[in-house]
Write a protein that binds this ligand. Structure first.
Ligand SMILES: [Zn+2]
Length: 154
């Protein structure tokens, strides 16, 4: 185990990074030495602690959200969280998957997605979803989106 300061870029090494708290952090360096791969971990306990805290916040906030917030707001939150993790505005999401993620029946997903489409915030057809108006989705989403995002970015 080494400190993060020891994991500066080293010529010839493969640098593994992850995006956390709004910036890239070096996780490990990989180097070939005499036919073997040498792995140098970088402050892994601290990174895992931050990841675990962020994941627990997301899980607990989602549980509260599913209990107390309206389906349209929950769907908007979930779509924003998905959009944050995508490189594009359009992605594949089935009603069955969304119903599992939101803890509601598929009919509820269909109704909530229809509401967001009528507001011209998304386009959703045959499992393809496109975010048309992200600011509008943020306005519809419940406050849980901000709580979870702040925890990840902070
Ligand atoms: Zn919520």
């Amino acid at each position: 185990m080494v400190n993060a300061a020891d994991c500066a870029f080293d010529d010839g090494a493969i640098v593994l990074t992850w995006l956390a708290h709004g910036h890239r952090e070096t996780v490990a360096l990989l180097r070939l030495f005499r036919g073997q791969v040498i792995v140098k971990l970088c402050d892994l306990p601290r990174l895992l602690q931050r990841y675990t805290h962020s994941l627990l916040t997301q899980v607990s906030q989602s549980a509260v959200c599913n209990q107390f917030h309206a389906v349209d707001a929950r769907l908007a939150r979930w779509l924003l969280m998905t959009h944050d993790r995508m490189d594009e505005d359009e992605f594949q999401l089935t009603q069955e998957f969304l119903s599992n993620m939101l803890g509601i029946r598929r009919e509820g997903v269909s109704r909530a997605a229809g509401d967001l489409q009528r507001l011209k915030l998304i386009r959703y057809s045959r499992g393809r979803l496109k975010v048309l108006n992200r600011a509008g989705l943020e306005a519809v989403a419940c406050s849980c989106y901000g709580v979870i995002k702040d925890e990840i970015v902070a």
